[in-house]
Write a new protein. Sequence first.
Length: 267
Amino acid sequence: MQRISARPGRVSPLHGRRPAPPALVVVAHGSRDPRALSTVGALLDRVRALRPGLPVRLGHIELNEPLLPDTLAALGEAEAVLVPLLLSRGYHVKQDIPEMAAAARARTRLAAPLGPHPLLVDALHARLAEAGWPLGTDGAEGDVRRTGAVVLAAAGSRDPESRVDTGRTARLLAGRLGVPVVPAYASAAAPTVPEAVRALAARGRHRVAVASYFTAPGRFATECAEAAPWIASAPLGTHPAMARLLLHRYDRTLRTPAATTPALASA
């Protein structure tokens, strides 16, 4: 029914206004490292700049405020798409986030984690180049192709599907760089970064870079970088591809029938 203003002959300015889109709630893990919170905040600012008018909110699983239940409570009856700022499937995506949303009785849909996806490979490649990975057709790049390799350093999970996702990213990055890329983990899975470095050296790959497969700085990212025998890239952080990927996951979730479970199919 058309809403009528108090003054005769004038239609309320609310008539014809499009409803607000569902909020994009970025769900971060949380970290004791203060750099993580500032990095995630800057990443969300990039998302807002790309999509003016889209409500963009932040919720954490643990360790930092706002916690996800508080973010959902603040949204009230508004619909939201939860996009995990996580790089693979695992317990947080399959259990923690859905349980928090259910407990909050919020109107939410859950997107897939960020990885694997070619946009992540764009960001990883750029971060390696910033750290000193040679680009172009000069002799340095040729040397690296013959004797170099990359360890893709991830947080780690006991969930086998998490390792599958990380392995897919490693293969995508290997195709981009033209060198072997071996997944390694900071916890809960094998090999560790030092183990992967030693295995590559045994294969004659002595110029080994560590690619930081973390969304923000933190203890795991620092420890993995310290194990690099050559160069180590910075975490993915606020790279423009990360902001585009968050929006891609949001848009894809809105296009997916609600009966499906996109969080369990991270293509």
